[in-house]
Design a protein around this ligand. Sequence first.
Ligand code: SAM
Length: 422
Amino acid sequence: MLPREKALLALYDVFYEEKYSNMAVKDALKGENAGIDKNFIAQLIYGTVRYKLTLDYIIEKNSDIKLKKMSKYVLLILRMGVYQLCCLDKVPQSAAVNESVKLANKYAFRSKGFINAVLRNVAKNKDITDFPTDRIKYLSVKYSFPEDMVKRLSRFDFCEDLLKSLNREPKTTIRINTLKCKNLENVEASPLYEYAGYVKSLNIADSKEYNEGKFTVQDVAAMMPVLALSPKENEVCVDVCAAPGGKTTHMAELMKNRGKIYAFDIYPHKVELINKNADRMGIDIISAEVFDATKVYEPLLEKADKVLADVPCSGIGIISGKPDIKWNKEDISELPKIQLKILENASKYLKIGGELVYSTCTLYSEENECVVNEFIKNHKNFELQKIELPSPLMQENDGYITLYPNFSETDGFFIAKIKRCR
Ligand SMILES: C[S@@+](CC[C@H](N)C(=O)[O-])C[C@H]1O[C@@H](n2cnc3c(N)ncnc32)[C@H](O)[C@@H]1O
């Protein structure tokens, strides 16, 4: 199957079958040999998902049929065609139009002429000349974000830069498993953390080194909560929302695979992933179980030196790698309540003097500072603790740090550190 057809079918799954964009890319590339342009397939999928709102705006301006009246394949072929015309320098206009018409031949035969006409119109009028005048609407159309998201992020005076950086194509980043090696070939070292690096390959998880457990695929920002927690050899640690184990295995590395980590997740199939990752990486101090973190696991009350609560969240900080988050229809209004409940229960596992890190990959204050402040207000025996991070990402702080992608060139993350003092 040719790259554009692969991408079209993957986009169908993302937009109409609720498949995550990163999974759609992974599945589209599965089994493909070196001859096919994997980067192009990935770019078509991620780019079309990332710029959906802007692409739809352009399509509406160049069509006399409303988007709502178009069939699924017509709309997808148009989105992918407009993306090539307006966002990819390397694709000739003729190829963008003609290849889209070929796809229409197979998937939207009766609309072939219409698709051809719309794309030819767009090719002549690529630049948007009539952006909305309202600031939120303007940013929404220009950077392809839902208005509600722009509104929430507009509390930052660097909102426009932030939106731009959330649209960047992320680098594939790995964390070296220090239990097995201290460096790896063909990895560009990261200036942000000594055991982080960047790789070119798209299917890195098929490599020999990955299967030998020499590294984990993880953004540098996602390494910071565990560095902030700093678990030590022979400590007892708890990770309450642990799957697939990216941070649990990092904890085990810092602990030199000595001590004990109790790792939980609510989904059985995800708990399996924690075990699989630990096995792959030669780690045997993790005990993984299915458990709902909004409940209390009695056997661990006051037993832990360190606790990690890397809670479920709206995921705004990781939009560059998972652009479908922009279009997620899930109601996020209940999240802060769940996050606070998880934090309260997680805190109960700490011994006196023990420390907890609360982290999210979102930038909404309702899920970050507000949750932590509410916890501290209601629990007088806990205090915020200064966070230490590797110097390139270190910020002056009194117990919480936010990494903004436009400044840190990582995913967006929030980290708070709390100590049980009595
Ligand atoms: C941000 S992810 C954790 C990522 C993980 N710490 C890592 O670094 O690989 C949040 C996790 O919380 C899990 N989760 C959601 N609700 C939960 C609950 N009530 N109790 C326990 N886990 C939950 C999700 O399945 C998801 O795996």
